[in-house]
Design a binder for this molecule. Sequence first.
Ligand code: FAD
Length: 379
Amino acid sequence: MGPDAAALRGELRELVAEHVPPGYLGAFTDDPADLETAQKFCRLLAERGLLCPAWPREYGGRDASIWEQTVVREEMWAHHEPRGAQYMGVNWVGPTIMRHGTAEQRNAHLPPIARGEVIWCQGFSEPDAGSDLAALRTSARRDGDEWVISGQKVWTSYATMAQWCFLLARTGRRERRQQGLTIFLVPMDAPGVEVRPIDTLMGPHHLNEVFFDDVRVGAGAVLGEAGDGWTVVQEVLSFERVGIARYARCERLLQDAPRVLGDAWDALPAELRVRWARMLTHCRRARLLAYRVIATQQEGRVRPNDAAAYRIAVTRLDQESADVLAEIAEYTGTDDSAEAAWFRLEVEDHRRYSHASTVASGSIDVQRILLARALLAAS
Ligand SMILES: Cc1cc2nc3c(=O)[nH]c(=O)nc-3n(C[C@H](O)[C@H](O)[C@H](O)COP(=O)(O)OP(=O)(O)OC[C@H]3O[C@@H](n4cnc5c(N)ncnc54)[C@H](O)[C@@H]3O)c2cc1C
């Protein structure tokens, strides 16, 4: 992590303590103040060069190491992600536009992300295309200098608040279904875009359906080569999978538990304390698997198998630690202090998300297949 990581962690924790109000459980609640907190916090990080530290200066970063960016990501996830939905722009939208965008696209899109001003959503999944993403039906056809997009996306996180959509659509039929797909950068206020929220366990403002009814975009909306979107998507998913440092949240909650329980900690069954300790070991494992992916990214490479290994580890950690934490939280049952009540709320929030974690960012079964294939091919 380098010598400055601890100081950076300290700085970030101070900023969170000072600028994120008590009781903040993320930006996607019914209270608009939570979204406002996230927007303000992003701008604050941006002003201090902490939103995209590892980006080049010309795009609003400060050429810091990718490990500093990792510290930021960990501290944000550990504290209920006060960047709100903007973590996506920093984690994968920006880096992908940096790698595949034209100079015009880089200049148009990267500085607003680095300033914390813009929210992106990801339009990949469809009602009949999730794990089998290449089955997608949303299409884009050429009409003179423009493209006309029609179709439906589903499970689109943050679409109600996003200004831009990173959309995958079919632009041609080829021998392999993975060919003939194209990435479009689509403004969400374009005529013909309609968003319908889906209520879920994770709160009312997370998931959505997005409909595209003959939405017109110019040729400059295509990211990379038309028809070559699949290559870009593989990179996006690898960046995305490692960009969510859920292990940092698990670790903080696990470490908070003995302090919150105080004397009651000694009353926990020995078996539960053993599982608690095991979860801390699993946190370390997930962290190291994430670092392996980050180290290859630093060399400019992307290895989807490593990202899959991390995703499997962190998803299992999410769910197993949620169970252990929920059992531990029961032992605070008679404690009505603010600290105990907050711990119970945090654990409940963690547990609700963990149910979705086997599917979000790609189903874990499919990750296992991907990893097994890679290992068998290598043996
Ligand atoms: C919280 C959350 C946020 C999301 N955000 C977004 C977003 O912003 N943008 C976006 O585009 N999508 C998003 N998604 C959608 C997500 O990417 C898909 O749900 C995921 O890829 C699985 O696709 P599916 O829902 O169609 O399920 P399916 O692919 O139909 O899978 C259903 C079940 O079958 C299993 N399965 C499928 N294929 C196989 C196989 N070959 N072998 C064994 N088992 C298999 C799966 O593991 C799963 O258990 C989000 C999902 C969640 C839960």
